[in-house]
Design a protein around this ligand. Structure first.
Ligand SMILES: [Ca+2]
Ligand SMILES: [Ca+2]
Length: 459
């Protein structure tokens, strides 16, 4: 029988190998949690938790929202895919990177920009991107980047409306590229690995063509589909620059079509399809070894109009294009059921995700970590959401107001406390002159301010 202190020492020594000789991977995983990023292409606020359309059915996005922090007033940093995603992955505004529209000259973009996956690589992460994540401009920052998943060839059952291609398509979920991308993501979640995982999966829908298997369309009978609220005269008080764009002609044709509700039906059906795929992913995550510690972030790159202001599409600086779902579930930081109503934009995405994962993401960033809001949804927050349409056209969204300034100097101002549809432009009202001065201060300065020709927005 050993004396008590020696007994204690023997016990301690016996226990040591477990702690000291654990594999490096276990230490790494303890320090850096797995991170699952879910990107959705062109999904507006037509999800249950945001209430953008009363018939939207997104039970899986909603159950993810209920697990952590659901942002109710989040906005894209740009109203089209490439500049929005560039802001998401760099923490820099389009006016800083020069990545502003589809016409960006990538040769002029700083090749040394720090991206989210490159930062995670420095911290020992295995980085996997599946399908549409960052437009492949930084494909080499990932260990594995698989951009292409194909639909199995199936006949489209729907006919175009004013050149808008919609479904339904014949077949089942498994025929669809987004389903295949999710299956690949699930395999990654289940695979054995020795490193923490940064897994990003990008779903392509509800981006045009707005298509999903027929079963999802059947869930939204056309005679029951509700067309969004709009006003025939809504554009009368909107600056001309805002509605003289490509895309308005076919939008006008779609608005005049007796079949326009079919576009709404297609969007609702395709969103429900996407939601079902996200449900598969969440279920697989829940069954994976690191489920309890994995950070999950869901975001859309920007929204989409479905008839509001007579328009179908993105590229505008109005609420329908900028407002997006944004959910962060960070075990130990976010609390289940928390809602964050402060206006934020997605330039904070990379600094926030890096901060939550314990990954350094240094630099002179436009974005900052949203951790204070995640920990306390009522924490002070004095940065409005900014959406950049071109190098000199921006929207500023505060908790209450939307202010838009176009490159020709024309302006719009909407009061969301009384006008959630942005029907009444108050910019010309003398009552709001002082407010306008305050909101103008938030307009980002472009390094190419005023010197660039108007970039055509992408369709
Ligand atoms: Ca997009
Ligand atoms: Ca109006």
């Amino acid at each position: 029988m050993l004396p008590a202190p020696v007994q204690w020492l023997a016990l301690a020594l016996a226990a040591m190998p477990i702690a000291s000789f654990a594999s490096p991977s276990e230490h790494t995983e303890a320090a850096h949690p797995d991170v699952l990023l879910i990107f959705i292409d062109d999904l507006n606020d037509w999800v249950g938790y945001l209430g953008g359309h009363p018939q939207a059915q997104t039970p899986n996005i909603d159950r993810l929202a209920a697990r952590g922090a659901a942002f109710t007033n989040a906005h894209a940093a740009a109203p089209t895919c490439t500049p929005s995603r560039t802001a998401i992955f760099t923490g820099l505004r389009p006016t800083t990177t020069g990545v502003i529209g589809s016409s960006t000259d990538w040769a002029k973009v700083d090749p040394l920009l720090l991206t989210l996956p490159s930062a995670f690589g420095r911290s020992g992460y295995q980085r996997v991107a599946l399908q549409k994540v960052d437009h492949e401009h930084w494909a080499t920052d990932w260990d594995h980047y698989q951009p292409g998943f194909q639909n199995r060839s199936r006949p489209t059952l729907g006919k175009p409306i004013a050149t808008f291609h919609i479904g339904p398509i014949d077949g089942v979920d498994a025929d669809h590229a987004d389903h295949r991308a999710v299956v690949a993501a699930i395999e990654r979640l289940r695979a054995h690995r020795d490193q923490p995982l940064l897994l990003a999966v990008g779903l392509r829908k509800p981006h045009l063509p707005i298509q999903a298997p027929k079963a999802y369309f059947d869930a939204f009978p056309i005679e029951e589909v509700e067309f969004p609220a709009y006003r025939e005269d809504d554009l009368d008080d909107v600056p001309r620059i805002a509605h003289h764009r490509p895309g308005w002609r076919r939008s006008a044709a779609a608005m005049a079509s007796p079949r326009r509700n079919e576009i709404v039906q297609a969007y609702l059906a395709t969103v429900a399809f996407i939601d079902a795929q996200i449900g598969l992913l969440i279920d697989a995550l829940d069954q994976s070894p690191n489920a309890g510690s994995t950070i999950v972030v869901l975001a859309s790159d920007h929204g989409w109009h479905l008839g509001e202001k007579g328009y179908f599409g993105k590229t505008t600086l109005w609420e329908e294009t900028t407002h997006v779902p944004f959910i962060i579930v960070a075990p130990g930081v976010t609390k289940p059921g928390s809602r964050i109503d402060r206006a934020v934009d997605l330039v904070h995405f990379a600094p926030t995700v890096s901060d939550l994962a314990g990954v350094p993401f240094a630099g002179d960033l436009d974005g900052t970590s949203l951790r204070p809001l995640l920990e306390d949804p009522n924490a002070p927050w004095d940065r409005p959401a900014i959406t950049t349409g071109d190098d000199a056209s921006h929207a500023v969204r505060t908790d209450r107001w939307r202010y838009i300034r176009y490159r020709d100097g024309s302006e719009e101002l909407y009061d969301h406390s009384s006008d959630p549809h942005e029907w009444v432009n108050l910019a010309g009202s003398a009552d709001h002159a002082r407010l306008l001065v305050e909101l103008r201060r938030h307009l980002p300065k472009s390094r190419t301010w005023g010197s660039e020709p108007l970039r055509q927005p992408e369709e």
